[in-house]
Design a protein around this ligand. Structure first.
Ligand SMILES: *Cc1c(COP(=O)(O)O)cnc(C)c1O
Length: 372
């Protein structure tokens, strides 16, 4: 059995009828930009997250970027971002002319270590972006405490955590505002690019709405400088059908994570991601294990027809772009150690339990061999 790391087509096949119907509805309606589908999706996603508003935009990067811009963050400002994240988190800060200031992460959750934030705060620090990496909510209460003490804005990067909860609140509603991505691989993914901002702050929402379309409140009247970053009507229609299945798909992800957790519990030298409980419910965007000799495991699995992925190596600060502005190895010891050891096993809602067993079996075989 060949087992890919990810299979986006499997999801499309499963939902083919609903997706076809969504496409047909948009095609016959005749509005292709900012019509009913976008406003309905915005309303439904805000309701899902438990926020007063949601604004659809063209990507997750744009969601972060427009949010920072709407909060007046720009040149001369610093924004604290986790060292372990997709490069988009850092680049959104760079894109508005501000400076990303990395902070190291916790060794088991991959999320920001709240105890390291305060020492990085300077006169220029305006905000902190907490990323809920791999579907696991950040320790938002602890980060909020630092933000309150130092008068900083707290923003969530929820691109990997649609539906995750802290107690009875969903991510997207835990801070001043949140950015989501609907890139096809995410827990809630479009069939193309897409993103959104959620917030309870209606004034902020209005600014983001203007920024996404040329600074217009009224068509053709640019009150401020904006860009073109709209969520497509067609993608919104697809997202509405997929939002209806998100809870089920997140449940399947949890079952798979539980299965991997049980099967691999005794694997020597294989460290597993921590689970959740009633106060913190992850949605398992990926299943990242930690091993020494990560590349060896990846090759071992590939030889058995099993795909796997590395997230993220290089880390944002060690990409050529950020090295060029002065970042270097050693800046974040924990994140850099994790980046050498992380491997994401095959993981998507349509992956069968049999396939997960086969993956686990191969990992156990490798672990037994290498621990001898
Ligand atoms: C995917 C992702 C983004 C960016 O989303 P795009 O839609 O690809 O621009 C931002 N942050 C994190 C943590 C992500 O995983």
């Amino acid at each position: 059995m060949r087992i890919p790391a990810l299979d986006l087509h499997a999801a499309v096949e499963e939902e083919r009828r609903e997706l076809d119907a969504a496409w047909n509805e948009v095609a016959s309606h005749g509005t292709y930009i900012l019509g009913d589908q976008v406003s309905r999706f915005e309303h439904e996603f805000a309701t899902f997250c438990g926020t007063r508003d949601c604004i659809g935009v063209a990507s997750g990067l744009d969601a972060l970027r427009l949010l920072l811009q709407a909060l007046d963050i720009g040149v001369e400002d610093e924004v604290i971002v986790p060292a372990y994240t997709a490069v988009a988190t850092w680049m959104a800060v760079t894109a508005v002319g501000a400076t990303p200031v990395g902070v190291d992460v916790e060794p088991t959750t991959f999320n920001v270590d709240p105890s390291l934030i305060e020492e990085l705060v300077t006169e220029r620090t305006k905000a902190i972006i907490a990323v809920h990496l791999f579907g696991r909510p950040s320790d938002i209460a602890a980060v909020q405490e630092v933000a309150d003490r130092r008068d900083l804005l707290l923003i969530e990067d929820a691109a990997q955590a649609h539906g995750a909860r802290v107690a009875d609140r969903r991510v997207g509603s835990l801070a001043r505002a949140a950015a989501f991505s609907f890139y096809p691989t995410k827990n809630l993914g479009a069939l193309g690019d897409g993103g959104a901002i959620t917030t309870d702050d209606l004034e902020l929402a209005e600014r983001v709405r203007m920024l996404r379309a040329y600074g217009w409140r009224t068509r053709s009247v640019s009150e401020i400088f904006g860009v073109n970053s709209r969520l497509d009507e067609l993608q919104a229609a697809f997202l509405r059908t997929r939002l209806a299945r998100l809870a089920m798909n997140n449940r399947r992800r949890r079952e798979l994570a539980d299965a991997y957790g049980e099967l691999l519990a005794a694997a020597p030298g294989v460290e597993l991601p921590p689970g959740g409980d009633s106060s913190l419910l992850p949605v398992w965007h990926l299943y990242p294990v930690r091993v020494d000799a990560r590349d060896g495991l990846q090759v071992f699995l590939a030889e058995r027809g099993i795909g796997s992925l590395v997230h993220y190596d290089p880390l944002p600060h060690l990409t050529p772009a950020y090295r060029r502005v002065g970042w270097a190895d050693g800046a974040f010891p924990v994140a850099e150690m994790l980046a050498r050891r992380e491997l994401s096993l095959p993981f998507y809602p349509q992956l069968s339990l049999d396939a997960a067993r086969e993956v686990a079996h191969s990992v156990l075989e490798w672990a037994a061999q290498t621990s001898r």
